[in-house]
Write a protein that binds this ligand. Structure first.
Ligand code: SF4
Length: 220
């Protein structure tokens, strides 16, 4: 399980690019200081950067307003890094939308220069870029992950609606490194998935349950 990863684009970063990261802009739906609600780091304070744009199209998506990047403002990486630093958080979560629709080299370079730890939440359906400290892969059958992401996965988090999703979870887990944290998360509006998951985790204790605790607690 890699503590960090280097992609081709970030490894090749030269001095000129290094000085230019501040100017790179990203379409951003929202960025805010909150509590990570789900997955391995649930309960930890974190600065969230929700990049706009998604081409995956999950019908049950709860952030559909993120899909069209063109309706969201472009914000310079420098402004995003400054906001994360001012929050006092040591962790930044880059999420979406599908954040890998954008080249994350500049943003992650700036965040690391500021000494922040970077977590990524992705479907893995676009090429991996940037230096990431913790990769959470949430694969979606609507647009499958690229095989190149699997060696970098620290946490596999599969949203479950039906039994088919449990089979899909195992299929993806088989591609992940040994030691990857394996999480099953009930889809929020599908309560019938809960008994399925509980039974499955009891029978397969190498899996854990992830809950969207921020929704339970109304943490914005
Ligand atoms: S990948 Fe994420 S943001 Fe995109 S449609 Fe699916 S749940 Fe929504």
């Amino acid at each position: 399980m890699p503590a960090s990863l280097s992609t081709t684009s970030s490894r090749n970063t030269g001095n000129k690019e290094r000085s230019d990261w501040k100017l790179t802009a990203y379409p951003v739906m929202e960025h805010f200081y909150t509590i990570q609600g789900e997955g391995a780091h649930a309960g930890q304070a974190a600065y969230f950067i929700r990049l706009a744009g998604c081409d995956v199209g999950c019908w049950w998506c709860d952030v559909q307003e993120s899909w069209d990047a063109s309706v969201h403002p472009e914000i310079a990486a420098e402004e995003l890094v400054d906001a994360a630093c001012e929050s006092g958080s040591s962790i930044v979560v880059i999420t979406g939308g599908e954040p890998l629709m954008h080249d994350l080299t500049a943003l992650t370079e700036g965040l690391h220069e500021a000494g922040l730890q970077i977590h990524l939440e992705t479907s893995g359906s676009s090429p991996l870029t940037g230096h990431i400290d913790w990769v959470t892969l949430s694969p979606k059958r609507f647009k499958e992950p690229l095989v190149e992401i699997f060696p970098h996965v620290d946490e596999l988090k599969v949203v479950v609606l039906t039994r088919k999703d449990l089979i899909y979870a195992e299929k993806n887990a088989a591609e992940c490194p040994a030691g990857t944290l394996k999480m099953l998360q009930p889809e929020w509006d599908t309560p019938e998935s809960v008994p399925l998951i509980v039974k499955y985790v009891k029978e397969n204790p190498d899996w854990r349950i992830s809950l969207q605790t921020h929704k339970l607690l109304n943490v914005p």
